[in-house]
Design a protein around this ligand. Structure first.
Ligand code: SAM
Length: 220
């Protein structure tokens, strides 16, 4: 099966009908990952089909957790996951991505230019740094995939939430166990608003996605 077909069919399986333009943007994204992977180690996955399943399709599987016009922060976005695929599917999202590795942020900035993504900013820095330039209490959703431990990610994400905002964590198969074994302090401060376990298309991995809300919401 051609890569393009694999992407569109897989997205349909996840309930997302990609337009021609969205498909074109994903294919350009794929080309750029392959090109940059030759120069810098951007992502461990080198095979086209693996990138489509484990990066593109996996990332858009979180889009049902995100409101189309919302302000989204992706912490530890690496080569742009899940933020950039979500942005391709929901063009109205106002997206900020942060990563602590400079070369990854240079790639994301180039990608934003190449795909002409509006209202999308990439920041080189650490989420916990006070002066990373990202405003606290200003996002409707803080999302992350495969970054840090669950409790640490909740602590790292919460300060960025506006009133009523939520944290979306994309975790592996052990996600539910991680939450059960989280310390009591975490359980007192956060509640699970939604949890979805899904199997990625084409026999891909199991993904667990949580939407978590702080019990003591901050101010906008
Ligand atoms: N989210 C991407 C994905 O799913 O492909 C990348 C995951 S990678 C395992 C973790 C990324 O988080 C790395 O690129 C790392 O530089 C970044 N990272 C880890 N801790 C961070 C922090 N405190 N602030 C910003 N970025 C961080």
């Amino acid at each position: 099966m051609r890569s393009e077909e694999m992407l569109t069919r897989g997205a349909l399986e996840l309930g997302i009908e990609l337009t021609e333009e969205e498909t074109r943007l994903f294919m350009r994204y794929l080309d750029m990952i392959k090109l940059w992977n030759r120069k810098v180690n951007l992502t461990g996955l080198k095979d086209e089909k693996d990138i489509i399943i484990s990066h593109f399709l996996d990332s858009i599987s979180a889009s049902s957790f995100i409101e189309p016009g919302s302000r989204v922060l992706d912490i530890g976005s690496g080569a742009g996951f899940p933020g950039i695929p979500v942005k391709i599917v929901y063009r109205g999202v106002r997206l900020t991505l942060i990563d602590s590795v400079q070369k990854k942020v240079v790639f994301i900035k180039e990608l934003i230019r190449e795909l002409r993504l509006r209202e999308t900013a990439a920041v080189w820095g650490r989420a916990e740094d006070e002066d990373n330039g990202i405003k606290r209490e200003s996002f409707d959703c803080v999302i992350s995939r495969a970054v840090g431990g669950l409790s640490d990610m909740l602590d790292l994400s919460a300060p960025y939430l506006a009133t009523g905002g939520k944290i979306v964590l994309m975790r592996g198969r052990r996600g539910e166990k991680e939450l059960e074994t989280a310390d009591e302090g975490i359980k007192k401060r956060f509640r699970i608003a939604e949890c979805k376990t899904l199997k990625l298309p084409y026999g891909g991995q199991t993904r667990v996605i949580f939407a978590i809300e702080p019990l003591d919401a901050g101010t906008d």
